[in-house]
Ligand binder design. Sequence first.
Ligand code: GAR
Length: 188
Amino acid sequence: MNNILLLASGGGSNVRAILDYFKDRNDVNFPMIITNNPKAGVIEVAKEYGVDVLLLNKRIFQEELFIDTIDIYKPHLIVLAGFLWKIPDYMVKGYANKMINIHPALLPNYGGVGMYGHHVHEAVIAANEKESGITVHVVNEHYDEGTVLLQKKVKIAKGETPETLADKVLKLEHTWYSKVIDSLLTTE
Ligand code: GAR
C-alpha cells in the first residue's frame, strides 16, 4: 500500500486533481491532508473526498518531535501541493527523496523565497518571458532547489496576464503532477 501524505495551503485544485486521479486505485491511500491555513479551500476538497485534515501549528511544525506524527501514517511519499511554509530540516532529512513539490514556473528561474502563486506569474509577465511552465522536484533543505523530476512548458501569448498564465499553468499541473506521483509508487 502506498500511503501519500498531502500538504497544502491554498485552494486545493492540485489536491483535487490528485485525489481524482487515484480515486479508483486500491494500492494508494491518502490518510491525511495537512494544512497550515484554517481558511484553505483544500479543507472543503478534503471533506468532499472523505480525507481527514490536520491543521498545523507553526511552533509544533518546527519541533523535531512532530516527525513522530508524520511517521504514524507511514508515508511512502509526502506531496506538497501549494504548501507555503518552509519544510523544516528534520523532515527533509527524515524523508529524503520521499518528498516532492510542484512549482508554477521553470526552475531555477522564478523560484525561492517569496516566489509562490501569483507572485511567480507576475514576475514572469513583468520580465517579458516567452514561456513559463511547471517544475516537479524533490524537496531538499533549500527552497525550490531539489532534483528536478519533470518540467513542462507553456507559451506566453500576446496580452497574457498573470491570471491567464496562472490558469494555463494550473491546467498543466493538474495533468502532470499525478503522473509523476504515480511513477514514484511501489508495486509491492
Ligand atoms: C499551484 O500553482 C502551485 O504550483 C503553487 O501554488 C498553487 C496552488 O494551487 N505552489 C507554489 O507556488 C509553491 N512555491 P492549488 O491550491 O489550487 O493547488
